[in-house]
Ligand binder design. Structure first.
Ligand SMILES: [Zn+2]
Length: 311
């Protein structure tokens, strides 16, 4: 829509100049050189903009307490639920891949864990707000953490996990244990990973700055990135399943390793396998009811959390 209006405006500027937008574009394309011409026209542009310095926004957190409550350790899985809203012409930026895909995966893992697999350490599920403007939600969390950051085993970030191949795994080389568990889990599940050094640029950044072991899963590039065309029809079920299973297995392994001080990957895999077969037997309506109930629980936990923060 913006493009259409720009073309109209450019064409009206070229009127009576002896050039058209098309002819000039062709000539630039052929010569591969810019071509400046004097149009002898004056252009008045007015822009309306508003700026909101402060706004209230909310993270939504949900907690599954670990089966071993004595450990006091937590693993966090996070994804951001905000996106870009609308542009000046009213086109909606839906953000299906960025990052409804990550939130959907996170909620599915929460459902799977609450339905069967009980990780030994607690798992905190975080739907962050304000990622697109600069990770505001995740920064708010690390500044006011629900669990002390020193007791946070790892933060696993899911951002744009619904489109493309292969799965990129980004994590700092200093987190050797997390890297090892991740590559081992991917191998076990037959998932091809492209391993990258830490770059930041999403909600794992605040955790990195606080020294909390962290990783990000992302598929890149994505042609519809930050456009109104980032819609659900681009999101692949296979991608969601791949990332979801891998993240869940990593959580179970980290949880086992931390609580019992051994890398009991066999036990973690058995839990995941049992849970997957249990959940596969659920009829869809039950699955939706559980997902609905879970959303209510997550919202309630979020409200309680923010009330606590305000006191
Ligand atoms: Zn984004």
């Amino acid at each position: 829509m913006i493009l259409g209006r720009s073309v109209q405006m450019a064409e009206s500027l070229f009127k009576d100049s002896g050039f058209t937008l098309d002819s000039l574009q062709r000539s630039i394309n052929q010569a591969k050189n810019p071509e400046s011409i004097d149009l002898n026209k004056r252009l008045h542009v007015s822009v309306q903009a508003s700026f909101t310095a402060y706004a209230d926004a909310y993270n939504v957190l949900g907690l599954i307490p670990g089966s071993d409550t004595g450990s006091g350790k937590v693993i966090i899985i996070g994804a951001h639920y905000d996106h870009w809203g609308k542009d000046v012409n009213g086109a909606v930026f839906r953000g299906a891949d960025d990052d409804a895909s990550g939130v959907a995966d996170m909620m599915e893992i929460a459902r799977v864990f609450s339905a069967g697999a009980k990780p030994r350490s607690s798992v905190l599920f975080a739907a962050w707000v304000g990622e697109e403007e600069g990770f505001y939600g995740a920064y708010a969390y690390v500044n006011h953490p629900y669990f002390a950051l020193a007791r946070t085993i790892a933060y696993l970030n899911l951002d744009m996990v619904g489109y493309g191949k292969p799965l990129l795994f980004e994590s700092s080389e200093t987190y050797t244990a997390l890297r090892a568990v991740t590559t081992e889990s991917a191998k076990q599940l037959g998932i091809t990973l492209s391993v990258q050094a830490y770059e930041g640029g999403s909600d794992h950044q605040p955790f990195q700055e606080e020294g909390v072991p962290n990783l990000m899963f992302i598929y890149w590039p994505y042609e519809e990135y930050h456009t109104p065309s980032d819609t659900a029809d681009h999101v692949s079920r296979a991608n969601l399943l791949e990332t979801g299973k891998l993240t869940a297995l990593i959580v179970l392994k980290l949880s086992e390793a931390t609580v019992s001080s051994i890398t009991s990957s066999a036990h973690a895999t058995t839990i995941l396998a049992n849970t997957v077969s249990t959940t596969a037997a659920l009829v869809p309506i039950e699955a939706f009811m559980i997902a609905g109930a879970l959303l209510v629980v997550i919202c309630a936990a979020g409200v309680l959390y923010f009330r606590r923060q305000r006191k």
